[in-house]
Design a protein around this ligand. Structure first.
Ligand code: ATP
Ligand code: MN
Length: 478
């Protein structure tokens, strides 16, 4: 089906057989004795080298073979004379599918900044860096589905449009078909959402969890893997307005089980990438090493592959929020007044605190549990002391929070109390509360931000570079 891809051709034993190679020109080099064309079709980080003799093709044709042009090359597969590849193509024919005027084509064979490439996101998948990231992203997504399938989880498709304003109020994108220039009004003068498409206010989801819980209360183990949206105006290297979230939800799992699953799950998908994305990871590792060359030795990070293996091979540190606060209070930066934000029981840890714990104190991933109820969501199960909840955040070096989860409150009365306490109208959540009324059960789940995982695995510093077409404040061009 379809022509052979470069990845396959590169693994073929050369026997002078005829081959057809299709791809985009990365570079063309002319020497006295030969013309070398490096072709890439995105199936692998490696290019295939095609060689022609000088004078074999007209100058006119060769002028159209430039970086970015798309070619069909016919020739023979032979053992390569040059270093760096085992096979090459001895060209007999070139068909130019599409030219790319060098005066206009923005990707030239030189180093482009990631910022510049973000401005040409429609073309950046043609670079080594971005094609490597996209292949790794694919492999991780595949590993996610494989992991859950093997563990008897069912993939549940939760809605993208929601009418519940229970979560993330104020951070949501509105979905409407109302004419913004001519809004229907109620007698009191408010916008009349009864006339809107759904007959009520609707938004893009910030999480599939609440519906995920409904699934878990019937199928026992489910997961969602879909797009989520947050209108938070945070211009950080770790936030997108549109990102993909993986949310498993399990009946009969307590917090311990939830932590075990989260740890096993991330380790498993990272090791899948280590086994299946070697070439791309090696490329990205070299890229990072190159980038850090000018840094002093003690500021350089572990080589990418070592960092990933370290996470896979070592148990995550588990401790309570309260214990973490004690560590922070006794820490050097705290004593020297180096933290920007104050430390004390009850604070929402900021990223400098999380990074201290992960990168300086424990030097490995950390799972923090039992946070104060005030700083966590209403659906988390209250601890016996009534002060903390059965929450768990998984913190990663360089990333901070990669997973947020909890055991859920299964008691109808306690959950209703919490709903009212934070000012949500229970009417809006009647269907969610019903799960606690009819056959409630202990259950747990978590949310993993897929792009933060891809960021960790690829070592990319900015989350905008690990999704094909990022959405962030003032940017939705492509
Ligand atoms: P943070 O505190 O880092 O903003 P959060 O506590 O708001 O995250 P949760 O609501 O717990 O995040 O979402 C679960 C997971 O989704 C997070 O652990 C993170 O991996 C990811 N995530 C959250 N917000 C974003 C975002 N804006 N862009 C990308 N990933 C995100
Ligand atoms: Mn969180």
């Amino acid at each position: 089906m379809g022509p052979l891809q470069i990845k396959e051709i590169l693994q073929t034993t050369p026997e002078n057989q005829s081959v057809v190679v299709k791809g985009w020109v990365r570079t063309k080099r002319e020497s006295k004795n030969a013309i070398f064309i490096a072709l890439n079709d995105g199936s692998t980080i490696h290019n295939i080298q095609a060689v022609a003799e000088p004078g074999q093709f007209s100058a006119e044709l060769l002028l159209t073979v430039t970086t970015g042009s798309c070619l069909k090359i016919t020739g023979q597969l032979i053992a390569s004379q040059g270093a760096g590849q085992t096979v090459e193509v001895k060209i007999t024919d070139i068909e130019v599918y599409g030219t790319a005027d060098p005066e206009e084509y923005p990707l030239q064979p030189k180093k482009h900044s990631l910022e510049f490439l973000r401005e040409i996101a429609h073309l950046r998948p043609r670079t080594n860096t971005f094609s490597a990231i996209l292949r790794i992203r694919h492999a991780l997504a595949f590993a996610v589905h494989q992991y859950f399938n093997e563990k008897s989880f069912f993939y549940l498709h939760t809605p993208v449009i929601t009418a519940s304003d229970a979560e993330g109020a104020g951070e949501m994108f509105r979905v409407t078909t109302l004419d913004l220039n001519n809004l229907p009004r109620t007698e009191e003068g408010a916008i009349n959402f009864k006339e809107d498409f759904f007959g009520r206010e609707a938004n893009l989801t910030v999480s599939g969890q609440l519906e995920g819980e409904l699934g878990a209360m019937a199928l026992s183990k489910i997961y969602t893997f879909g797009p989520t949206f947050r209108a938070e105006n945070s211009n950080t290297t770790r936030h997108l307005a549109e990102f993909w979230m993986i949310e498993p939800e399990m009946a009969f799992f307590e917090l311990e089980d939830n932590m075990d699953l989260a740890e096993d799950f991330v380790k498993s998908v990272i090791s899948y990438a280590l086994i299946n994305c070697k070439d791309d990871l090696n490329f990205l590792q070299n890229r990072l090493t190159e980038e850090e060359k000018n840094k002093p030795q003690n500021e350089r990070s572990l080589p990418l592959l070592e960092k990933l293996s370290f996470v896979v091979d070592n148990p995550f540190e588990r401790l309570t929020y309260t214990e973490a606060i004690e560590i922070l209070l006794k820490s050097k930066p705290q004593k020297e007044g180096k933290f920007q934000f104050p430390v004390g029981w009850g604070i929402d840890l900021s990223s400098e605190h999380e990074r201290y714990l992960v990168e300086k104190h424990f030097k490995k991933p950390v799972i923090l549990t039992n946070y104060p109820r005030e700083i966590k969501s209403f659906y988390m199960k209250l601890d016996e002391d009534g002060k903390t909840v059965r929450a768990m955040d998984v913190l990663f070096p360089g990333i901070g929070e990669i997973i947020g989860g909890s055991q859920r409150e299964e008691s109808y009365e306690k959950l209703l109390g919490r709903v009212k306490e934070i000012g949500i109208d229970p009417e809006n959540l009647w269907w969610y509360l019903d799960t606690r009324k009819f056959g409630t059960a202990p259950h747990s789940g978590f949310g993993l931000g897929f792009e933060r995982l891809v960021q960790f695995v690829t070592g990319m510093g900015n989350i905008r570079d690990v999704i094909p077409f990022p959405r962030y404040p003032k940017s939705a061009e492509f």
